[in-house]
Design a protein around this ligand. Structure first.
Ligand SMILES: Cc1ncc(COP(=O)(O)O)c(C=O)c1O
Length: 411
């Protein structure tokens, strides 16, 4: 089936921009993806017709805002196939979601309990656990990565011991694009009675999920990486666990009652949503989920695989067998997302990105908030092209032409 990418591109206004006199080729989607018209319209509609604070007011707008916010929660619940909407906690992003779990669930862990993460995690799935380790005396262990940038699952058996309480791993690496084998990870955790948290920041843009089928306990992701607004994220958690966990932040909205002596908590999910939440952002995120689910998922995946294959092939041709360009990640398309990181011998990623920017190509260069992974590959950074469903062959061509220019100038 052909995938009408031009029809999709026409729905994303920012793609019409020129930068430095060149057509924009936006290939930094793993950092932030761009907004479809329907999401922009949902944001405008909310802010011009329903703007008010939620949960407290009884006037017309307050009720409309609360209704819109809670409908967004229901939408998110359908997107991840949660058992109920109360399992959806709106956060400000993946980072806040993981910090919430590390802080709240962390209070239920004992000194000497173990949390296993991996070497390819984003800092937002490393640092909260290091903070917990320093605070609570837990032991933090790291699953290593293989040479092709995947989790080394052969190490699971030795690492995940009966002291392990939680395995916290990403679904898709934001650097190598490797898709984790969650079924093996979940099986290893379950074998010792440990919980599983998944950082789904790079998976959520690729279509609806089934957290129940995945068999995990927590799943976190961000709106701005899935064609939605900034400053909104989702933490899905099993209700029984959310009920048991103490609150994270304290303040308005998350309480049942407050006296000068003590406070009691609201029911989940509100217990975890202190203060005024990101209301319009939740509405925008719901629209983004509608947009993603309106795409032909199989055709979109085929399209992204074609483009990823074209980038990988293009890099090989560009290198011409000289071993100057090294892909940091799986060589093939199997269990691989459209995130392509590479190292060019003798050229700094920032310099490459700057030259590519002059071609209108937006890339990301640096450690991608994954310094332990860079260390594993003995690099300080890589250059990364990350594709979204609205990218097309012209983006790949511009990337490869710009890279040729960069390599010529820098090496
Ligand atoms: C895999 C992964 N986890 C977590 C994050 C953090 O997301 P946010 O900054 O939206 O909290 C990112 C962002 O790049 C990511 O790629």
């Amino acid at each position: 089936m052909t995938f009408d990418v031009q029809r999709i591109r026409a729905q994303i206004p920012i793609l019409g921009l020129s930068v430095h006199g060149q057509a924009l080729h936006y290939l930094d989607n793993s950092a932030t993806s761009q907004l479809p018209e329907s999401v922009l319209a949902a944001l405008e509609d909310h802010e011009t017709g329903h703007r008010a604070n939620v949960l407290r007011g009884v006037h017309f707008l307050a009720e409309a805002a609360t209704e819109a916010y809670e409908q967004a929660r229901q939408r998110a619940a359908r997107y991840v196939n949660a058992a109920e909407a109360a399992e959806i906690v709106f956060t400000y992003g993946t980072t806040t979601a993981i910090n919430l779990v590390a802080y709240s669930l962390g209070q239920m862990l004992e000194p000497g309990d173990e949390v296993v993460i991996s070497q390819l995690e984003h800092h937002s799935n490393i640092v909260p656990w290091q903070l917990l380790r320093d605070r609570a005396g837990i032991k933090l262990k790291m699953l290593p990565v293989s040479r092709d940038g995947r989790l080394d699952l052969d190490a699971l058996e030795d690492l995940v011991t009966p002291r392990c309480r939680l395995l916290a791993v990403s679904h898709i690496s934001n650097v190598t694009g490797a898709v984790s084998d969650l079924s093996r990870l979940v099986a290893a955790a379950r074998a010792v009675g440990a919980m599983v948290l998944v950082d789904g920041a790079q998976r959520a843009p690729h279509g609806a999920l089934d957290v129940q089928a995945l068999g995990v306990d927590f799943y976190a992701f961000s709106g701005h990486k899935m064609f939605g607004p900034n400053a909104i994220g989702v933490l899905w958690g099993r209700r029984a666990l959310l009920e048991e966990m103490p609150p994270f932040l304290g303040g308005g909205e998350m309480i049942r009652s407050v006296t000068m002596a003590e406070s009691t908590w609201a029911r989940v999910p509100h217990k975890f949503e202190a203060g005024t939440p990101p209301i319009a952002q939740a509405v925008g995120l719901a629209a983004a989920m509608d947009w993603i689910e309106g795409l032909d998922g199989a055709a979109a995946m085929g399209h992204l695989n074609d483009l990823t294959g074209a980038v990988l092939d293009g890099l090989t041709v560009l290198d011409g067998g000289r071993d100057r360009v090294r892909v940091i990640g799986p060589a093939g398309l199997q269990d691989r997302a459209p995130v392509i990181s590479f190292h060019v011998e003798g050229a700094h990623p920032h310099d490459i990105c700057q030259i590519l920017d002059s071609h209108g190509v937006a890339l990301r260069g640096g450690h991608h908030c994954a310094q332990p992974l860079m260390e594993a590959f003995d690099l300080t950074g890589t250059t990364r092209a990350s594709l979204a469903v609205y990218n097309d062959k012209s983006d790949v061509d511009a990337l490869l032409t710009g890279l040729e220019d960069a390599i010529r100038k820098l090496t």
